[in-house]
Every structure is written in structure tokens, then in C-alpha cells.
Design a protein around this ligand. Structure first.
Ligand code: PMP
Length: 413
């Protein structure tokens, strides 16, 4: 017998398995509404125009230090810019802003997944939460990441299937009655994955009030800042609201991904920010030191290429303006495709209500399609989406949207 003869089976990641099946499909009509990646009107990947400018500049400069190691915490200038983007600090900071900045311990991570992981590992070790509260549904990797840290997972309702909208009452009732002091509450900063429904500002205020009063620890996952609405400020509203609460200021953290908003998926650019309550100014540096200890033991430091690009763009006003145009291009194409799908379904008089397709935001729509309908879309029409009915709207184009709507119409009838 070998040492591994009793190895348990491990779950297959649905998103990447589906993507594999899509790539292998030779049917010309195939449509990929599975994986959450931006695609152009021609159904192609899109290196952002701002990113291309920086890449050309880097190539011209031919800097011999471009493949050197970063510090363990990562690129410090990148981290400052990433933090300022997330929390809304200006580059010429006032004294009070400087004080706010000192509450935050930031480290570079292996994109958003790595930020979720490093945050979970740090909290599991040093904060020791009894539970982590995850929305039902949520990005499936949240479960894996927290399960690997051995923290017991609890779930709060999130999606009201009858209206395809946020189940505000369900969420707050559960957190109010069942969550206990010192529990972590995982929150999607914007463009909730997979549902595409977010709390309103008034609802966020109530969630913050519960966290503050019950001393729950908010863990924001921010994977779509600027990508969702087209405005990085608008998409960071909830994080900044929690951060700016006083009496007392809250401890919280943010996992920040640059995969979608900079189109740097495979480059793994990200950051983790742990926010202290500010009572003790030496706390944030100590937190950072401990985060560095974890990072050193796991992967030494984050990767350099993607973070160099993000740093260059965020640190230059002309490139930043170009990036804003890129965000507008991506977010508006997705909004246009939501509208186009909705219009086609209405035109076909497809049974059911489809308003949620235009009301939801970000990369995804939680369509309300059943598993059976999803499987039929795949087997009969070569249209790929998750079993939960989550569709990545960026897989739609002017050319395929009528075909997709017709297929949905057929499977729901
Ligand atoms: N969190 C959420 C909610 C996401 O949707 C994603 C991307 N699918 C991530 C984190 C992390 O992505 P990445 O590791 O590519 O930054």
C-alpha cells in the first residue's frame, strides 16, 4: 500500500472545470457565461489601454531591476496607492488623514484570493474567531479558504429568490440574533458574487450598526472596485462608511483584488489591509510584522509584474484618467449587455420576470434558472453557466445575445 491509498477525493472547482469544458467544445455557437473575466464585444480578452501604455513604457525602459525581489510586505509605494484607492485618501493628506492611515496595516498579496487567505490565516491565529459568517450564497472559495483555517462557518441569508433581490431582513435578523461578539462577518464590498445584488446605503448603515454594537469583525472582500459601477469611489462606499465610523472606530479588514478592475487576472496583484481601532499607534506596525511572518513562510512576497503596473497607473494622473476611461468602457459594456438580454427576453415574452437582470450589478447575474435548465443550456445550446444559475454577463455580445435569449426562452417554457 502506498502512503496515500486512503486519500479522500477533493472537490473539483466548478468554475474552472466548466471553463475547461467550454474550451474543449467545438460547436461554433458556444457561449461562455461561466468564468468571471471581462470579454470585449468580439469575445476576446482585453488588456486595458492604460495597462498597455505602462507595459510599452516598461519594455522601453528595460530596467535591469525589474525582476528583483520585492520586500516581504510587497512594494511599499504600490501598497500606499492601493490603500488610498480603497479608503479614499488623497495624495496630499491632511493631519487627520495621516492619522487615519496609521490605523491600517497593509501587505501585498497573491491577488484577492491571497488577500482573503492571508487575512483568514492572520485572524485564525491572532484573533481566534469562533465563527465566520458567510452569505448564502457566496463566492465558493470563501468556504474553502475559511475551512482550511479550521474556523467554523455559519451562514446568513442573502438572496430572496422570490424577488431576486437582497434579503435584508433575513440577513440582519440572523446576524442580530445569532452572531456573537468576536465573530467574523464576511461582506462583499460591492457587486456581490454570485448574485449581483448589493445592500443599499441605508441597509449598509444598519449592517454597520449591528457589527459595531455587537462587536462583530467585518471582513470586506473587494474584488470589483470601479469595475461594477464604473466609479472606484462609489464601489468603495461601504468600506469607507465602516472605516469612518467613530465612537468607537471599528476594527475591520479588506481583501483587495486588482484582477477585474485592471484586467490583470493571471498576474495576481492584490493587497490585504487590516484596520486597527487606532487606540494604540504601535498596533498597526506590529500587525504588519505578523502578516509578514505568515507571508514569508508561505510565499515570501507577492509577485512584482502586476503590482508594478497598478502602481504606475495609480501614481500618475494621466494614466489614472486613462484607467478611468477603461473602467467606463468595461462597466458600460456590461450594463449594455444586461439591457440587451433583458430586451430580448421581453420581446420573446419569455415566461417569468427578468427585471433583476438589469437591476443587478457587476460581472454576474443570478438568473433564477434552475439546475435542469442550466444543464439543458449546456447540452442543447452549448451555453455555459454555473449550476446556481449565475451567468457572467461579460460573455454576452451583440452577436450572441439573441441566441442566448432564445435558448433561455426555450428551456424555461
Ligand atoms: N472575491 C470574490 C468575491 C471574487 O469574485 C473574486 C474573483 N472571482 C476574488 C475574490 C478573487 O479573485 P482574484 O484572486 O483573481 O483576485
Amino acid at each position: 500500500a502506498s502512503s496515500f491509498s486512503n486519500l479522500p477525493d477533493a472537490p473539483v472547482d466548478e468554475i474552472f472545470a466548466l471553463n475547461h469544458a467550454y474550451v474543449a467544445d467545438t460547436d461554433a455557437r458556444k457561449v461562455n457565461l461561466g468564468i468571471g473575466v471581462y470579454r470585449t464585444e468580439e469575445d476576446q480578452p482585453w488588456p486595458l489601454s492604460s495597462v498597455r501604455l505602462v507595459e510599452e513604457e516598461m519594455y522601453r525602459q528595460d530596467d535591469p531591476a525589474r525582476h528583483e525581489y520585492l520586500a516581504i510586505e510587497g512594494d511599499l509605494t504600490f501598497l500606499d496607492l492601493a490603500r488610498d484607492l480603497m479608503f479614499g485618501f488623497s495624495s496630499a493628506s491632511s493631519d487627520s488623514e495621516n492619522k487615519s492611515k496609521q490605523r491600517i496595516a497593509s501587505v501585498q498579496t497573491v491577488s484577492g484570493t491571497g488577500a482573503n487567505h492571508v487575512g483568514a490565516a492572520f485572524l485564525a491565529q491572532h484573533f481566534k474567531p469562533k465563527h465566520v459568517w458567510v452569505s448564502t450564497p457566496s463566492w465558493a472559495n470563501h468556504q474553502t479558504i475559511w475551512d482550511l483555517q479550521g474556523i467554523e462557518r455559519k451562514s446568513y441569508p442573502y438572496f430572496d429568490a422570490s424577488t431576486c433581490s437582497f434579503d435584508f431582513n433575513g440577513a440582519i435578523t440572523t446576524l442580530e440574533s445569532e452572531a456573537a461578539e468576536g465573530d467574523v462577518v464576511l461582506l462583499h464590498a460591492c457587486a456581490h458574487n454570485p448574485t449581483g445584488v448589493d445592500p443599499t446605503k441605508e441597509q449598509w448603515k444598519k449592517i454597520a450598526e449591528i457589527c459595531q454594537r455587537k462587536r462583530l469583525f467585518p471582513f470586506f472582500d473587494s474584488a470589483y472596485q470601479g469595475f461594477a459601477s464604473g466609479s472606484a469611489d462609489e464601489d468603495a462606499w461601504a468600506v469607507r462608511y465602516f472605516f469612518n465610523l467613530t465612537s468607537p472606530p471599528m476594527e475591520m479588514c479588506v481583501a483587495q483584488s486588482f484582477s477585474k478592475n485592471f484586467g490583470l487576472y493571471g498576474q495576481r496583484a492584490g493587497a490585504f489591509h487590516l484596520v486597527t481601532n487606532g487606540a494604540n499607534p504601535s498596533e498597526a506596525p506590529l500587525v504588519r510584522k505578523n502578516l509578514c511572518h505568515i507571508i514569508r513562510g508561505e510565499y515570501s512576497m507577492g509577485p512584482r509584474y502586476g503590482s508594478s503596473i497598478v502602481k504606475r497607473i495609480l501614481g500618475d494622473s494621466a494614466l489614472r484618467a486613462q484607467w478611468q476611461d477603461d473602467l467606463t468602457i468595461m462597466s458600460s459594456r456590461i450594463k449594455r449587455m444586461r439591457q440587451a438580454l433583458y430586451d430580448e427576453l421581453v420581446r420573446l415574452k419569455t415566461p417569468g420576470s427578468w427585471e433583476h437582470v438589469i437591476n443587478q450589478i457587476g460581472m454576474f447575474s443570478y438568473t433564477g434558472l434552475t439546475v435542469k435548465q442550466v444543464l439543458e443550456l449546456k447540452s442543447e445550446f452549448h451555453i455555459y453557466l454555473l449550476k446556481s444559475g449565475r451567468a457572467s454577463i461579460s460573455g454576452l455580445t451583440e452577436k450572441n445575445v439573441a441566441y442566448v435569449a432564445q435558448a433561455i426562452d426555450t428551456v424555461v417554457r
